[in-house]
Design a binder for this molecule. Sequence first.
Ligand code: KG4
Ligand code: ZN
Length: 317
Amino acid sequence: MILGIETSCDETAAALVTAGGDIRASVVSSQADLHARYGGVVPEVASRRHLELVAPVVRDALSEAGATLDDVDTVAVTQGPGLIGALLVGLAAAKAIAWSRRLPLVPVDHLRGHVASLYLGPDALEPPFLCLLASGGHTMLLDVRGYGEEAVLGTTLDDAAGEAFDKGARLLGLGYPGGRELDLLARDGDPTAYAFPVARVPGLDFSFSGLKTALLYATRDLSEDELAARRADLAASYQRAIVRALVARVREAAGGKRTAVVGGVAANSELRASLPDAALAPLALCTDNAAMIASAARFTEAVPYPAYLGLDAYASR
Ligand code: KG4
Ligand code: ZN
C-alpha cells in the first residue's frame, strides 16, 4: 500500500491507496474554520496546525484502513507547489516515516496529484484526455498524453478560477472559503439578472480579474438591504460567467478528445452540469486530499532510502 500525505495549503490529509488504485482510507482535516476569521489562509497559522495534525491524521488513515505501518510499502508526499512552510511539515513527516521503516519515498507535484484523482477507484480514467484543472491556486488546460505526461495548453493570466469564486464570495459577504457557499447561494438566484463579462483573451488562456472588478462595481453602491435582496442573483450571474469561461475553453480545446475536470472548482454544481460528457472526479476527490497524491505516486519514480532526506519543497513550479 501507498501512504499519501498532503499539506500544501489548509488541508491536512493522509490516505492509503493500493498499487491498483483502490482507496483504503482517505482522511482530510480542514483548517478552514481556523482561517475563516482572517478571510483567507494565514500561512504561518497553517504550518503550525499541520504540525499538530499530521501525526493524528496519518494514524486515523491507518486505523480507517485497518492497517499498520507494516502494510505500507511506499510513502508519497506533496513536494509543491503550495505554501512553503505547510509543505515542509508534510515533507518532514513523510521523510521521518519512510526513513524509520527504510521505505522509498515519492515526491509528488500537487497539480499532477489533482490529475491523478481521475486514476482512482472503480471508474478510473485512462489517458489520453484533455483536462481542465481549476483550483484555488491554478487554472490550466492540460493535454494529458500519458500517466504523468501533461502539456500545458493554457493557463490563467491573473486570478485562478477558485480564487475568483473566493473573492466574489467575499464581496457578497459570504464566509471563507467562499466557492462552495457561492455555489449554494447561486441555486436561489437568476443567472441572467446581471450581464457579467466573460474575458476574451487570445489562445487558450484564462482571465478572471475583470469579472471580479465587475462584481465589485455592481455591489459597492448597494446598501446592506439592497445587497441582501440581490445577493442570490449576483452570485448566480457571477458563477454563470466563470463557468461559461471555463466551459468555452474546454470545448475549444477538446477537438473530439475526451475531457475531464479536476481541482476544487470541479466540485461546482453548475460546472458539472455544463459538461455532461466530461469525466469528473467524485466530489471528495476534487478538493485537496491525499488519495490523489498516493495515486500520482503510482506513476512517479520513487527516491530510494535514504537519498530522499535531502529533498526540499518548492512553492511554485
Ligand atoms: O483544489 P483545492 O482544494 O485547493 C487548491 O489546490 O487550491 O481548491 C480549492 C478551491 C477554493 O478556491 C474553493 O473556493 C473552490 O476550490 N471550490 C469551489 C467549490 N468547492 C470548492 N468553487 C466553486 N464551487 C464549489 N462548489
Ligand atoms: Zn489543490
